[in-house]
Design a binder for this molecule. Structure first.
Ligand code: PMP
Ligand code: GLN
Length: 442
């Protein structure tokens, strides 16, 4: 198809080079004016290309999440695109933030993070995953997982270093690797007949080479919903050890596992000393805007990350750091209810997606469901089979916003017809969105 979105400038820039005849009419894709060009009809205007952008970042535009949230705001469609909850997290935690502000925790915290939060992270890691950490030297607080990931690339990679990651990759990975002057070597995850995404062992073996510096692993995995199993993790660990590769793991969905169990790569033989484990409070406590994250691991690996981090933000979110320390110490009930309520949401939205005619993939974890749009497009041939164009049409056709996953691939031929819905929403919102999708497509 020659998708310009391959260059990660964002779906709108790419779609503007294509035009898809899509009929309008939110409740029925078959009704309405024929031959409407949805791409020019789209009012998303946040395409960021500039003659002044550095070569490193020239191929990155506005993130798909910002673009799709803008599309939702502009069209009034239900936003199941960008991953964030539509309700606040626990009041104990927001109250603790207010108290922290009133108590005067408003100046720069220490560079590695406030001691109470570092202690709480270490306790959390031991309580849930059996990971033993010294809170003074083996925990670093960051501005969300995003900063930890970017600082890891900048602090641990020399120019030209290679970083292996499973694709589709969360969108900041490719940009962080590019900012570090490193090179991303993707290993593609493909959906199999049971709906689970898996990689080919030969692809992973081929991707890891003498020039590989880092392996970046996200489990539970956004956007596929995959939870890497023990056999997969054992293979990844063995290859990291044999090839002397440092692992960086992104575990922001650690408490959203529905099928299988969350296992840390750091727990596999030989991995504790070569793994940086990253997570954040955004998802677990439903305060994505607070941007409190952390990196855990041996101090020799954390120190270079802190070196980079100190010149990015230095520190952040002082009162929220205190509040998240309170959150991490919440009882087991909080964590089990959080998982159980999202399991219910997964099943609620999943039933609608299947009833609408999408082919849903397995959602083993995260709060995302990915679907294959091909069965819908077969029944409604005037709809675009390309995920970007389909998502641009979706607000008009069904009044819902989703995210195309091909933008998370180096080669967008992978994931072309796969789109992602976020189910971290109230049951009412999911029901309304689900009814719209069924009405539009079933
Ligand atoms: N990694 C993944 C896989 C994510 O989905 C997200 C979004 N929560 C992040 C990192 C970024 O996390 P944060 O908002 O804590 O920076
Ligand atoms: N992690 C969220 C998602 O995957 C988005 C966060 C962001 O917009 N940067 O949708």
């Amino acid at each position: 198809m020659g998708w310009a979105v391959a260059d990660r400038r964002g779906p709108v820039a790419a779609a503007q080079e294509q035009s898809y005849p899509v009929r309008s009419g939110r409740t029925s894709p078959d009704a309405g004016r024929p031959g409407r060009d949805v791409t020019s009809a789209s009012r998303v205007d946040a395409v960021t290309t500039s003659p002044h952008v550095s070569a490193k970042l020239a191929s990155f535009g506005t993130t798909v999440f910002a673009q799709m949230s803008a599309l939702a705001a502009q069209t009034g469609a239900i936003n199941l695109g960008q991953g964030f909850p539509d309700t606040d997290g626990p009041t104990e935690v927001s109250d603790a933030a207010v108290e922290a502000i009133r108590a005067g925790h408003n100046q720069y915290p220490p560079l590695p993070g406030v001691p109470a939060l570092r202690a709480a992270v270490a306790e959390h890691q031991a309580r849930f995953w059996g990971q033993t950490l010294d809170p003074d030297t083996e925990v670093l607080i960051t501005a969300g997982a995003t900063e930890a990931l970017t600082a890891a690339m900048l602090g641990l990679c020399d120019t030209g270093a290679e970083v292996v990651a499973f694709e589709p990759t969360y969108d900041s990975y490719a940009a962080a690797v590019a900012m570090a002057g490193a090179k991303l070597r993707p290993v593609v995850l493909r959906p199999e007949s049971d709906g689970v995404f898996r990689f080919d062992e030969a692809d992973l073996r081929a991707a890891i080479r003498p020039s590989t510096r880092l392996l970046l692993l996200n489990t539970p995995h956004n956007p596929t919903g995959k939870v890497f199993d023990d056999a997969e993790l054992a293979l990844i660990a063995e290859l990291c050890v044999t090839n002397d590769v440092i692992a960086v793991t992104d575990e922001v969905y650690e408490h959203l596992v529905f099928d299988g169990t969350h296992r840390q790569l750091a727990s596999f033989p030989g991995m504790a000393e070569r793994t940086v484990t990253i997570s954040s409070a955004g998802k677990t406590f439903s305060f994505t805007g607070w941007k409190v994250g952390w990196a855990c691991g041996p101090s020799e690996l954390l120190r270079p990350i802190m070196t980079a981090k100190q010149f990015m933000t230095f520190v952040n979110a002082a009162p929220f750091q205190h509040a998240i320390a309170v959150g991490l110490a919440l009882g087991d009930d909080f964590y089990s209810n959080y998982t159980a309520s999202h399991l219910g949401k997964r099943d609620l939205l999943g039933a609608y997606l299947r009833a609408a005619g999408f082919r849903e993939h397995a959602v083993q974890g995260t709060y995302f469901s990915t679907v294959d749009i091909r069965p819908i497009v077969e029944r409604h041939p005037h709809l675009p089979g390309d995920g970007v164009a389909f998502c641009l049409a979706l607000p008009e056709v069904a009044g819902v916003v989703a995210v195309p996953t091909q933008v998370f691939h180096d080669d967008p031929r992978h994931g072309t017809g796969i789109i992602r819905f976020c189910f971290a929403k109230t049951d009412d919102t999911l029901t309304s969105a689900g009814e719209r999708l069924v009405e539009a497509f079933a």
